[in-house]
Design a protein around this ligand. Sequence first.
Ligand code: FDA
Length: 304
Amino acid sequence: MHPLRSLILAAAGNDAIRRLVATAPVSRDVVRRFVAGEQTSDAIDVTRELVASGRSVTLDHLGEDVADAEHADQNVRAYLELLDALHAEGLAPKAEVSVKLSALGQKLGERLALANASRVCAAAEQCGTTVTLDMEDHTTTDSTLRVLAELRRSWPSTGAVLQSYLRRTFDDCKSLAGSRVRLVKGAYAEPDSVAFDGHEVDLSYVRCVNALLTGDGYPMFATHDPRLVRIVAERARWYDRKPGTYEYQMLFGVRQEEQRRLAREGETVRVYVPYGSQWYGYLMRRLAERPANTTFFARALVSH
Ligand code: FDA
C-alpha cells in the first residue's frame, strides 16, 4: 500500500487527529465537494438535482462505529426521516439508501444491527425503494453477509457490497450473483493475509465483473477507474447485457463529467451521496484513495 495512503487511513481511526480536523475551521467547500450537507433537506436538494440530470442516487446518512444503542436508534430515525422525505418529494423510485451496519449497532451485537436494519428496510419498502448494505473492514464481512441473508428473506431486493481487494470476494460473488451486488475495490487498510494489493485488486475486480454479469442478479459496478469502466462496458456487450440490467455507480463529487457521459449514452448511473455531520471517516477514506486531494484539503484548511 502507498505510504501516504496508509498514513491517511491510520489518521481516519485516530481520535486526536479526528478532534483536530473536526474543530479546525474547515471550509464548507472542502466538505461540500464530497458531502451533500448536514441536513436531510440538503440531501434532498442534491438528489433532486442529480435525478433531474438523468442520474439515480443512493443516500448514505454518515455515521459509523456507534458505541451505544441510543446512538444507533438515532441513526435509524435519520434514515426513516430521509425515506419519508424521498417519498414525499416523489424521488423514491430513483433514490435508494446505503446503510453501514456499524452505524446501526453491529459492534453491540448482530441481533441489534439486524433489528435496526429491518426497520430501515421495512420503511424503504413502504416508500417504494430499497436498501444496500455498505461493507466495512474485513472483520465485519461474515457478520454483514449473515445479516444480509436474513434481510433478504423479507426484502429480497436488499443489496450487498463486495470488495475486490479481499481474496474471498470471487467466491462471495458467485454465491451472491443472483442478487443486487455493488462491486467496489475496497477502501479500508487490510492485512496482506486477507487482501490483494495494487494491480491484483483490479484483476480480481475483472474476475468478479465476469461472475456477476453471467449471473442472473443485478450487478452495480462502483468504480471511477477509467480502465475498469471500459472493461465493464466491453464485458456487458460480450454477455449481451442491455443497459438497465446492470448499472455504474460513482461517488458524489468524483468524475462528474464521466457520470454525465455514461448517463447520456443511456446507461444507468447511480451517484452515492453522503450527508450528515459525521463526515470525518468518510472524507479521510476519499483522501486516501487519491492523495492528490490532500493538497486541496490542506490548502483549504490553512486559507480559512
Ligand atoms: P481507484 O481508487 O484506483 O481510482 C481510479 C481513478 O479514479 C483515479 O486514478 C482517479 O482518476 C479517479 N478517482 C478515484 N477516487 C477519486 C477521488 N476520491 N477523487 C477524485 N478522483 C478519484 N468501499 C468500501 O470498502 N465499502 C463500501 O461499502 C463502499 N461503497 C462504495 C460505493 C460507491 C458507489 C463507490 C463508488 C465506492 C464505494 N467504496 C466502498 C469505495 C471503493 O472501495 C473505492 O475505495 C473507491 O471507489 C475508489 O476506487 P476506484 O475503483 O474508483 O479506483
